[in-house]
Write a protein that binds this ligand. Structure first.
Ligand code: ASP
Ligand code: MG
Length: 497
């Protein structure tokens, strides 16, 4: 059996869904189980509907609901035969009626936008797309059956960013899916699950990749294929630079570090379930199925280039916690600090540490935790706001002294900071003021990919147009950020007792 996951743009139109069907058909002998994302930008639109409804902008919410409803009806009508359309038509009507009623209640103040409510709404995209895709497969001659992911993926109740309860989930999937997959292609929506009580949860944005990996692991798939609209992992974000190379092979550790550092192509938790069972993950392009893509496996091919890919992230606030005296190690309180951050997986991240300093990243707009004195001695805290983080990834990178020396030379000048690594890993991190990001990225990309090893790197066949993502900071965001930082700084200064 194999697992095939198709992302939002792969199912964004009738033509795209037909293309998906032909890709599935070409591998139907391998007994695929298919996971799909919501069609196109449906999840973003659902999120805007919630925002408008809770801001009392009922008209805007209604307009967007109408737009989404028409979009789904158009796709279904274009794709499906009269017989297949009938149950889908009914399902679409009911779903959009429910959504409309709920959002009207939110607008009237009768219903709260709780995290549970948010997840119910956000999951609709995958609920709709998975049913439409199943019906389309059947019409196109692929025997297919639909499974509701909420009956298979059991999660905790951290709504909006739930964590699957892996073993129970594996058991549920093993009981049902392989049997059904014997004579039909099983299709389910990604991104969602349900709590023990049956409340709908979502796994965090981009979470369909994680669904793919969990289901792939549960059925012990021979391969997990993740089909997107790019050729695979590139040496840098195509929206930042258009001259990146395709990386043909990566190790699990490299892929996990890239995803964790912010590579949009993979959800950060996707790698672990596949890695545990040594299932290769293949990143492929739906719009260019002949391209080799990226294969992620236990070991990657030998490579003359130490760096495989560079990931950038902006909107970072860097907290630098120093020990003011050489005889005091910040490591003494690192455990206590770490404990404070456990469970806040999105908000605060340990980027690097040595005996004398700890570096923490705080995402823009995140809530800061209530820090309490971890019983440590004097510490000094510096804050750098509006920073960007560049992560270089390649197996053995942190123990490669030549690379460190090369980086120190390349980054000479006061603007960029090469962070110390706590333990050997395949990621090196550099922090700089956000407005220096593109110049440093150019320096690093030119230095490390001047002569790419053709065993591992290739030119991507379709160069996507560069399009820089910007995160405009709202004035009120700035204010609340300042307030939060002030509280945090005061608390950290209190550690100097
Ligand atoms: N539709 C969800 C999102 O856009 C999940 C996914 O596509 O992976 O985040
Ligand atoms: Mg999506």
């Amino acid at each position: 059996m194999i697992l095939m996951k198709f992302g939002g743009s792969s199912v964004a139109s009738p033509t795209a869904i037909r293309r998906v069907a032909s890709i599935v058909q070409s591998q139907v002998h391998l007994k695929p189980v298919v996971v799909v994302s919501a069609m196109g930008t449906t999840t973003n639109k659902l999120s805007s509907i919630l925002q408008h409804a809770s801001a009392g902008e009922s008209y805007l919410a209604w307009k967007l609901i109408k737009e989404l409803r028409e979009f789904h009806f158009c796709v279904a009508e274009d794709l499906l035969s009269t017989d297949s359309l009938q149950p889908i038509d009914q399902y679409l009507r009911e779903t959009f009626r429910d959504l409309h009623v709920r959002m009207a209640e939110v607008g009237d103040g009768e219903r709260q936008v709780t995290p549970e409510e948010t997840d119910w709404v956000l999951s609709l995209g995958e609920q709709l797309s998975s049913r439409i895709v199943t019906a389309a497969f059947v019409d196109l001659g692929i025997p297919a059956s639909h499974f509701d992911a909420r009956k298979l993926i059991l999660t905790d109740d951290r709504f909006n960013n739930a964590t699957p309860r892996y073993w129970e989930t594996y058991a549920k999937i093993r009981w049902t899916v392989p049997h059904a997959a014997k004579d039909s292609v099983v299709v389910l929506g990604g991104f969602m699950g349900a709590t023990e009580k049956g409340q709908t949860t979502t796994l965090g944005r981009g979470g369909s990749d994680l669904t793919a990996s969990i289901v792939g692991a549960a059925i012990n798939a021979d391969e997990i294929q993740i089909w997107k609209d790019v050729d695979g992992m590139l040496t840098c974000d195509p929206r930042l630079r258009s001259d990146g190379y395709l990386v043909k092979t990566l190790s699990y550790d490299e892929a996990a570090q890239l995803a964790k550092a912010g590579a949009k192509i993979l959800h950060p938790e996707t790698v672990a379930p596949a890695q545990r069972l040594h299932i290769p993950i293949a990143l492929r392009n739906t719009f260019n199925p002949e391209a080799p893509g990226t294969t992620i496996a236990a070991t990657s091919a030998a490579c003359a280039n130490p760096v495989k890919s560079i990931v950038c992230k902006s909107g970072i606030t860097l907290l630098e916690i120093h020990s003011p005296r050489p005889e005091v190690s910040v490591g003494d309180c690192s455990l206590a600090l770490r404990e404070l951050f456990v469970g806040r997986k999105k908000n605060i991240e340990l980027l690097g540490m040595s005996d004398s300093v700890i570096y923490l990243a705080v995402d823009r707009g995140a809530e800061y935790p209530e820090l309490q004195t971890p019983g440590a001695a004097c510490m000094e805290v510096h804050l750098r706001s509006d920073q960007a983080l560049i992560t270089l990834v390649g197996d053995g990178l942190t123990s490669n002294q030549d690379i460190r020396r090369q980086l120190v030379t390349l980054l000479s000048g006061a603007q960029a900071l090469l962070l110390p690594q706590e333990s050997p890993s395949c990621a090196l991190r550099i922090v700089m003021p956000a407005n220096y990001l593109s110049s440093y990225l150019a320096i690093l990309h030119n230095a490390f990919f001047a002569a790419p090893d053709i065993r591992v790197f290739a030119r991507p066949s379709v160069a996507p147009a560069p399009q820089v993502e910007t995160h405009p900071v709202q004035p009120e965001d700035r204010e609340s950020r300042k307030r939060h930082l002030l509280t945090l700084t005061t608390k950290l200064w209190a550690l100097r007792n």
